[in-house]
Design a protein around this ligand. Structure first.
Ligand SMILES: [Mg+2]
Length: 356
């Protein structure tokens, strides 16, 4: 029997902050990027459960969070610290895994089929893990157990906060059926809306839909939607999946030494890189530029920030500084590239691509 668990830390960034600032416990605290007195364009990365009850949500602009609650406690994000805590968590989790796949800074799938003979074993084992994480690190987590990754994820969502839930294969359909279709793992906001417009309000509606009709409406994604709604997922727990860097390169139509043209290309590429970072849920630390001259000589120059960032403006700024500092004056460029690396993954990826 296949037994998969998803271990997901509860409000991880705020929980980490509570460890070193006990005074924020039971208060509406959020972790985010610099709000600049409410004028900044940053967003809430994580909200404590108290903050969530008051209507503050991750992804919400900080300015809005302040409008909702003036006494919101804002804590600037510190990815280095969260990464250290994450490494400690994952070291504990790995001990319980036949196979281990970390999907984000605070989430990991583990295959426990070999060490747990049945659901009772699995529950006992995961209770032990949960207790160990709490005793040794002081951090809460939620764990879902089921027959595949999709169902383990859905079970863990149901277990939140600070719970454990097992859903057996024979109970999967019933467990899913009454949930709103937007809660199905992998369904983003846009797809959720489209599904509702087509009349599929619950996951059960979608499970009963004719797969041929779904494929007509949603192309290749339709079959996957139908499988998911029925709790079917064959994907394996995959070890060591990692994205190391994200970058763009541009070859100029005609070689150029025009600073305006080159920095414009840098800005555009930085924006694209920033969008991709956001999709993957990565924060970067290192910015690299590549300059290829007319004579095909190539220069690579990097700068490491003192912090991890998610801002496209920062990519563009650092890349432009590197260009101004290192480009050979007057030499024409064939190509320029911008790349960011040294990531922390701060959120899990939706399993399926957004349909739209
Ligand atoms: Mg989490």
């Amino acid at each position: 029997m296949r037994l998969i668990a998803l271990v997901d830390m509860d409000y991880f960034f705020v929980a980490c902050e509570e460890l070193r600032r006990p005074e924020i416990k039971n208060k509406p605290a959020i972790v985010g990027s610099d709000p600049k007195q409410g004028e900044g364009r940053g967003v809430v990365m994580t909200a404590s459960y108290v903050a969530r009850k008051l209507g503050l949500r991750s992804g919400m602009p900080l300015s809005m969070a302040y409008r909702i609650r003036k006494d919101t406690i804002y804590i600037p994000q510190d990815f280095e610290y969260y990464e250290q805590m994450s490494a400690k968590v994952m070291t504990l989790v790995k001990v319980y895994a036949d196979k281990f796949e970390q999907v984000s800074i605070d989430e990991a799938f583990i295959d426990i089929s070999k060490r747990a003979g049945d659901y009772d074993d699995a529950l006992e084992l995961m209770r032990k893990l949960k207790q160990e994480v709490k005793d040794k690190l002081g951090l809460p987590c939620s764990i879902g157990i089921s027959v595949n990754k999709l169902m383990a994820k859905m079970a863990s969502e149901d277990a939140k906060p600070d719970g454990i839930k097992a859903v057996k294969e024979e109970d999967a359909a019933g467990f899913l059926s009454r949930k709103p279709v937007g809660e199905l793992y992998g369904v983003g906001r846009k797809t959720g809306k489209m599904l509702e417009e087509f009349g599929y309000r619950t996951i059960g509606d979608l499970a009963k839909a004719n797969p041929v009709v779904l494929v007509e409406r949603f192309k290749s994604y339709g079959a996957e939607l139908h499988n998911s709604a029925n709790g079917v997922d064959d994907s394996e727990v995959q070890e060591n999946w990692e994205v190391k860097s994200i970058g763009r390169e541009r070859t100029f139509e005609r070689d150029t030494s025009d600073r305006h043209e080159i920095t414009k290309a840098i800005r555009e590429m930085s924006k694209e890189v920033g969008d991709e970072l956001k999709k993957g849920g990565f924060a970067f630390k290192v910015v690299t530029i590549k300059l290829r001259y007319s004579n095909f000589e190539e220069t690579l120059k990097s700068r490491s920030l003192t912090h991890r960032s998610v801002e496209p403006e920062e990519i563009s700024q650092v890349a432009t500084q590197l260009f101004d500092k290192y480009a050979e004056t007057g030499e024409e460029l064939r190509k320029v590239g911008v790349r960011v690396s040294n990531f922390v993954k701060y959120k899990g990826q939706k399993r399926m691509a957004e349909y739209a």
